[in-house]
Ligand binder design. Structure first.
Ligand code: BEZ
Length: 210
């Protein structure tokens, strides 16, 4: 095992970071990266992270030559070009755009879940905006329904690629931050798929924690 050559700004609660670490495991590259613990909220930013990513967003990956790349989608693409196995982001053709679109939809679910998390965990209760929260939750429900009704066959087809990794990380974050949502009752096909993929070593090694 050689010494890590890259440094990843890391927080075990971040689902965007988790996508990157899952891909590192899936492609046999985990040992190439040193994890730099990075604690932040939108009202308590990280000076070190701001230095590497002016937007102050996780994840950011510092390469061996000192260059930094972000956000998670760019990092996934970069890392998928650094291993010799089959690509986890199709390089061309309609499969590329379809898999990236499913991944983007999973990220949109995450964006909504994170906004809800910030609103409910950080904002004073008297300032919560129920209509806004309901509309964020609506995005989550519509997206879960789409994955369950329209995309489950595609998600189930191997390999466990950028689309599947992104959806799995999104579902993991829902379980972590919205444990009472009970999404499995409404979306049983998605629940079965998630039960299977959640057994993967890459998923077990990256369970979210505060
Ligand atoms: C969270 O605690 O939910 C969280 C922390 C860092 C980044 C994203 C989410």
């Amino acid at each position: 095992m050689s010494a890590p050559t890259m440094t990843l700004h890391y927080n075990p609660a971040s689902p965007y970071v988790r996508k990157v670490v899952i891909l590192l495991h899936e492609t046999g590259q985990f040992d190439r990266v040193q994890l730099q613990p990075t604690v932040l909220t939108p009202v308590n930013p990280s000076t070190e992270l701001n230095h590497d990513n002016p937007a102050g967003k996780l994840p950011a990956l510092r390469l061996a030559d000192g260059n930094v790349i972000h956000d998670s989608r760019v990092i996934l693409d970069y890392l998928d070009h650094q291993h010799v196995g089959n690509p986890l982001i199709p390089r061309e053709g309609s499969a590329r755009w379809r898999r990236l679109t499913l991944a983007s939809l999973a990220d949109a679910l995450l964006d909504a879940a994170l906004l809800i998390r910030y609103e409910t965990a950080l904002r004073p209760k008297e300032l919560h905006w129920p209509l806004w929260l309901d509309n964020q939750q609506g995005k989550i429900e519509r997206t879960l329904s789409y994955f369950d009704q329209e995309a489950i066959t595609e998600l189930s087809a191997p390999p466990f690629d950028v689309a599947a990794i992104s959806v799995a990380a999104a579902l993991g974050y829902l379980d972590f931050r919205q444990p009472d949502l009970n999404w499995r009752n409404s979306y049983p096909r998605l629940a079965n798929w998630y039960f299977e993929v959640n057994q993967r070593p890459s998923m077990r090694a990256t369970q979210p924690s505060a």
